[in-house]
Structure formats: C-alpha cells, structure tokens
Design a protein around this ligand. Structure first.
Ligand code: FE2
Ligand code: FE2
Length: 142
C-alpha cells in the first residue's frame, strides 16, 4: 500500500543487504524502525511531531556511523577513510533536510523517502564493501 505520493506506508530492507555484523545490522534496523514510525505518524501528508522525529532519526544515523567506524578501525579496514567521507556526506544531507523541513514547517512523505534513500546509500554504496572485506578475512560468514 502506498500513500498519494507513491511512498510505501511501510519500508523494509531485503535480506541480501544484511551485512553480517550484528551491531551494523541492528543499527540499520533501528534507523528503519524510526523511518517507519515517521510514515506511521503521517497525518494528511505531514509527519506529526516532525522536528523531534527527524532529529531522532539524525541522531540514530550519527550513532550508527560512529559504531560502524569503530568496528572498521578495530579490524584495520583500509576502506575506512572513504567510508567515513561517505558517512559525513549523508549526515550533511540529513542536516540540510532537517533545516529545510523546519523552514517550510512540515515533513512530508518525500522527505522521509529521502531519509530512506540515505540509509540505502549507506548500505549499498559502502557497507556492502565492508561485508565483502569481512568475508574475505573470515571475520563473518558469507
Ligand atoms: Fe551502515
Ligand atoms: Fe556505513
């Protein structure tokens, strides 16, 4: 089921995007839950209490990135600097979105879809590379 904007009322991640590190996968699920909470809090195309919800979402992304980077540093992941740069870009995009929503006075489905796209970007563009590294090193099971 989708809203009028074509954004599903509930979003999910495919199993093929499970990274294999419990902390990382739990972080993705925590962010996803908050995104779905935002979609569930939609009233007439606007997220009720959007500032607190989006601020919470931003903080969940931030905490997730800190945890990922700590884990990557612990195992000597060579891709860490570019991964960190990607994380910084995501946080900047989300901070800009939050500011834009504050200015216009609401967050709509397209704004939540943008947050979901940023979660996908973290997983698909950089985390899956770390998954491959973990598998090559025998740190996680394929
Ligand atoms: Fe991630
Ligand atoms: Fe990441």
């Amino acid at each position: 089921m989708t809203s009028n904007d074509g954004v599903p009322k509930r979003l999910s991640l495919p199993d093929s995007w499970i990274i294999g590190w419990l902390e990382i996968d739990e972080g993705h699920q925590t962010i996803l839950r908050q995104i779905n909470d935002c979609l569930g809090a939609m009233d007439a195309g606007r997220v009720t209490g959007f500032i607190a919800r989006l601020q919470g979402l931003y903080e969940m992304f931030e905490a997730h990135f800190v945890e990922e980077e700590r884990l990557m540093a612990d195992v000597g992941y060579a891709g860490l600097p570019s991964h960190m740069a990607h994380h910084a870009g995501v946080l900047e995009s989300l901070a800009t979105l939050l500011e834009q929503c504050r200015l216009k006075g609401f967050a709509g489905p397209e704004d939540i879809a943008f947050c979901f796209d940023n979660l996908l970007s973290d997983i698909v563009n950089v985390d899956l590379n770390f998954k491959a590294f973990g598998e090559q090193r025998g740190l996680i099971s394929p």
